[in-house]
Ligand binder design. Structure first.
Ligand SMILES: Nc1nc2c(c(=O)[nH]1)N[C@H]1C(S)=C(S)[C@@H](COP(=O)(O)O)O[C@H]1N2
Ligand SMILES: [Mo]
Length: 329
């Protein structure tokens, strides 16, 4: 079921690859235990006939490249190759292995409507091109650190989330922003895996969302964002483990309740709400002290807040005691 292609930076069997199998089995057992056994359901997630049927050119292509924001560069690391960043992905809706880029082409990017609801002055639905015309795009080079210990460094195009929050006009009671990924059963073959808590969701606090590092991504390597990387709209939260950086977003809900994300729902002892990068707090099943860079395969030390402490450490200064280890898991 899992197609394994050996690559230099890949984790040993014990970590990343077995991770999906472990959770798969665990959450399947959990679902079966509470009842609802769907007889004959395809455990392997059938292939969608419509995949690769939508290789249309992206209507936002003319917007790129955009100018670089010199504040966010990564001089100490080589850029990950475009090929590796776009062919080694995590996007569980299309499968639990890294090679989903071809299957992801089945996702339709237009029309793409984005719902803004909850505690806002006026709930609204925007289409992606309308949103793109209202924001100021720029390019930022960010590090990205997956909880499975691989890392990359890539130039994202996009706009700070604060611009989206300004458009949404949240009410004073809004404390969190919950985000939701598209759930299209036609295009996304793994949505048939009913024991996963689809749709994929994630959340940030309003304070995190307003932080300048919090970046809504619409492009990669000076081009529209590829589908496998979360087109047409994803988030980049470079100081947090990669699973927080939710892809292909269709809904932003402003709320006073802390959202429970997809991974937290699956396994809350391993994947918390905060999930800030910290080399000193191991994942319960592996160390987080080091990371492997895609493309070069080099192993380097992991940094607190993935090296972004100067921008974000202040967000958590009052939380350390009450939240303890969960800030970093
Ligand atoms: N909707 C959705 N978003 C997601 C994921 C996913 O499976 N589904 N995987 C996350 C994880 S674990 C990582 S590491 C990053 C990977 O982003 P990339 O494929 O662009 O490198 O996307 C995150 N966003
Ligand atoms: Mo990840």
């Amino acid at each position: 079921m899992l197609i394994k292609v050996k690559r230099g930076w890949e984790l040993p069997e014990s970590a990343a690859i077995s991770e999906s199998q472990y959770l798969n089995r665990r959450s399947l057992l959990k679902k079966l235990a509470v009842g609802s056994v769907l007889a004959g359901s395809a455990l392997s997630g059938g292939m969608s006939l419509s995949r690769r049927a939508y290789a249309e050119t992206d209507p936002s292509a003319d917007l790129y490249p955009v100018s670089a924001n010199g504040k966010y560069t990564v001089p100490e690391r080589p850029l990950t190759s475009e090929k590796d960043a776009t062919t080694y992905n995590n996007f569980y809706e299309f499968g639990t292995h890294k090679g989903i880029y071809e299957d992801a082409q089945a996702m339709k990017l237009r029309p793409w409507e984005i719902r803004i609801d909850g505690l806002v002055e006026k709930e609204m639905t925007l289409d992606i091109d309308g949103l793109l015309s209202k924001v100021q795009l720029e390019e930022r080079v960010y590090r990205h650190r997956c909880v499975e210990t691989w890392a990359m460094t890539v130039p994202w195009s996009g706009f700070p989330m604060s611009q989206l929050i300004a458009l949404a006009k949240p009410l004073s009671g809004a404390k969190y922003i919950r985000m939701e990924t598209l759930a299209d059963k036609e295009a996304m073959s793994n949505l048939g895996a009913f024991w996963y808590p689809w749709p994929y969701t994630e959340g940030v606090t309003m304070e995190e969302g307003m932080n300048d590092l919090c970046f809504m991504v619409t492009g990669l390597f000076g081009k529209p964002l590829p589908k496998q990387n979360g087109a047409p709209l994803r988030i980049a939260l470079p100081w947090k483990y990669g699973f927080k950086s939710i892809k292909s977003i269709v809904r932003f809900t402003f709320t006073d309740e802390r959202p429970v994300g997809y991974w937290e729902e699956l396994q809350d002892s391993e994947y918390g709400f905060w999930a800030n990068v910290n080399p000193e707090v191991p994942h319960p099943r592996w160390s987080q002290a080091q990371e492997r860079l895609l493309t070069t395969g080099d192993t380097v030390p992991t940094q607190l807040y993935n090296g972004y402490g100067e921008f974000v450490a202040g967000l958590y200064s009052g939380l350390q005691e009450s939240e303890g280890i969960r800030l970093f898991r």
